[in-house]
Design a protein around this ligand. Structure first.
Ligand SMILES: Cc1cc2nc3c(=O)[nH]c(=O)nc-3n(C[C@H](O)[C@H](O)[C@H](O)COP(=O)(O)OP(=O)(O)OC[C@H]3O[C@@H](n4cnc5c(N)ncnc54)[C@H](O)[C@@H]3O)c2cc1C
Length: 538
């Protein structure tokens, strides 16, 4: 018997789970996650918090202005206003769910106290509500606990979505094109099934794994963006990939962030020779904004051919470091670095995907019955640069709006065609699985070298030549051998790499996160980069 859901949600982070919890209880909902519910999403690893106007001295218009400024003229004002205006209600909802936000120690303990708000880069007020320095873990745990209690929601773990099924591809297709289901691979058994759904939602997170160094968990391979592109959706602003300047450089700590607060408290970036270098790039030296610091590190690494630079806070006392950075101190010590005695090796790392699948204010994509939410989506909120702590907010604001749109959509009858079974009669077991690992590495290295923090036309052309070759090889492999999750992720990584390169080539200026030596100026008009799939790319 083929499974059918009213709503199939692909992805179990803040976006997917918020949607699941807001759908009407009579809806049969399936949530598919390729990894474990706790630990595999970016949501789980978020540190700082969620931005919302909660302080009496703060205003919605100030939050809106700050977001528009960070986005360097490319934000969609409607999207910004919508997100910011929804923030206080979202925080109330989370408080009702029992989210353990940190209380302000100076407020009245008898009344439960006000919540503590921090201030982050780009925000002109204190407006980031948090749960200590592990907001994501608290958020994911709260959402998972409530989802598990809901009798209308099936959680399906360790299952990876392969591709969307659209009605125009079915034998007896009739009516307008609509998403009618998804092919999925069970990672435990290797079985491939089709799941039918009246509406399907992509909430698979970002694509930051496309770079050699990333702060994201392993699953951030852009699956939702690649699936939507193959199905025929437009994709926008993929050139705007945000890099965090300081991720620990260590083979076992692929994605451990060294907070910017370390520089805020006196940490100094140094070359392997011990020479500080940031004052050569900006008068604010180590306190320059995130994108300037990331570009300076990238420049020095390329100039000297070195693998990392060093962040030195060892001139501060052990007691100071332990009290200000308990987690960083402990994690570095476990990995062999006593940061009160020696500098920390760091590299910039891909952190956030500002672009994605084009949606409206309710998460609706170009294909009927298909929605995209969270880091997978392009809603117009972030423009050319994401402001800190606006991303979890975006996940939840658009998930709530999508729930309402889907509720209305489900009131109409939608024909549910029988889906064809996956056909793997023409493929055999791979005899050279090592090719997948090699190509994974090649994609991530070429993106780091040629499409990273500082770009040029020549580097982008080199990247184009290489990615075309890799895509041919991957397509050939995909057509001949049985699939597994590594191959699926590799195919998606190559697709998002191609989308990032193509978008970067379109932008003949330097704006926000896109910086190119060939066009260092800012164009007077700001325009989003919107890519339209050609029929043969599907
Ligand atoms: C280290 C770190 C710190 C951050 N700090 C902050 C912060 O303080 N504040 C803030 O606002 N933002 C922060 N961010 C960004 C924010 O965490 C993410 O943008 C947000 O969590 C994305 O949520 P999401 O639901 O879109 O995707 P995710 O939380 O990444 O969830 C994606 C889900 O999709 C599943 N999935 C992916 N592909 C498939 C597939 N093919 N089939 C089935 N399932 C699939 C995954 O298993 C996962 O369950 C941070 C990010 C990182 C990495």
């Amino acid at each position: 018997m083929q499974k059918h859901y009213d709503v199939l949600i692909i992805g179990a982070g803040a976006a997917g789970l918020t949607l699941a919890l807001h759908l009407p209880k009579h809806c049969q909902v399936g949530v598919v996650s390729k990894g474990a519910l706790l630990g595999s999403s970016s949501t789980y690893w978020a540190q700082g918090g969620i931005s919302a106007v909660l302080d009496a001295d703060d205003t919605l218009s100030s939050h809106i202005d700050d977001t528009l400024n960070a986005g360097v003229g490319l934000c969609e004002p409607d999207s910004v206003a919508f997100t910011v205006e929804n923030a206080p209600a979202i925080i109330n909802w989370l408080v009702e769910l029992g989210m353990p936000f940190t209380r302000d120690p100076d407020s009245d303990a008898d009344t439960g106290g006000e919540f503590h708000l921090t201030r982050e880069g780009g925000h002109s007020h204190r407006r980031v509500i948090h749960a200590e320095d592990a907001t994501g873990k608290a958020l994911q745990t709260t959402l998972v606990n409530h989802t598990r209690l809901a009798s209308n929601i099936d959680i399906i773990e360790n299952v990876i979505a392969i591709d969307l099924i659209t009605s125009d591809k079915l034998k007896d297709s009739c009516g307008d094109k609509r998403c009618v289901g998804t092919y999925v691979l069970n990672r435990n058994t290797g079985d491939i099934d089709s799941i039918a759904s009246t509406t399907t939602v992509l909430a698979t997170g970002g694509a930051n794994k496309v770079y050699l160094y990333t702060s994201n968990p392993d699953g951030a391979s852009g699956d939702g963006i690649a699936m939507a592109w193959r199905a025929g959706c437009r994709v926008a602003n993929m050139e705007f990939m945000q890099f965090h300047p300081t991720c620990l450089y260590h083979p076992e700590a692929k994605s451990f962030l060294i907070s910017e607060a370390v520089r805020g408290e006196g940490g100094i970036l140094k070359l392997p020779s011990g020479e500080p270098f940031m004052q050569r790039f900006d008068p604010r030296a180590d306190l320059a904004p995130r994108d300037i610091v990331a570009r300076a590190i990238d420049h020095e690494m390329k100039r000297l051919g070195i693998d990392c630079v060093y962040l030195d806070i060892s001139h501060k006392s052990k007691a100071f470091i332990q009290s200000h950075f308990p987690n960083i101190y402990q994690r570095c010590l476990e990995l062999g670095y006593a940061i009160d005695q020696e500098p920390i090796p760091v590299v910039p790392a891909a952190h956030y995907t500002c672009g994605g699948v084009v949606t409206d204010l309710q998460g609706q994509t170009d294909i009927a019955g298909l929605y995209a939410l969270g880091e997978t989506a392009y809603t117009g909120l972030h423009g050319a640069n994401r402001m800190a702590s606006n991303s979890l907010l975006e996940c939840m604001a658009f998930a709530r709006a999508a729930a309402e749109a889907i509720r209305i959509e489900l009131q109409q009858p939608h024909p549910q065609p029988r889906l064809p079974a996956w056909d793997d009669s023409q493929v055999i077991d791979s005899d050279e699985a090592v090719v997948i690992a090699h190509n994974w590495h090649e994609v991530r290295r070429l993106m780091w070298n040629y499409v990273g923090i500082v770009r040029t036309d020549k580097r982008l052309q080199r990247a184009t030549n290489r990615i075309e070759l890799l895509q041919q090889e991957i397509a050939d492999y995909y057509g001949h051998f049985k699939i597994n999750s590594d191959l699926l992720e590799l195919r998606n990584l190559a697709t998002v790499a191609q989308l990032i390169i193509e978008s970067a080539k379109c932008r003949k200026e330097s704006r926000g996160l896109h910086y190119t030596l060939d066009y260092p100026h800012l164009n007077p008009e700001a325009e989003a980069t919107i890519l339209q799939p050609q029929p043969e790319t599907r």
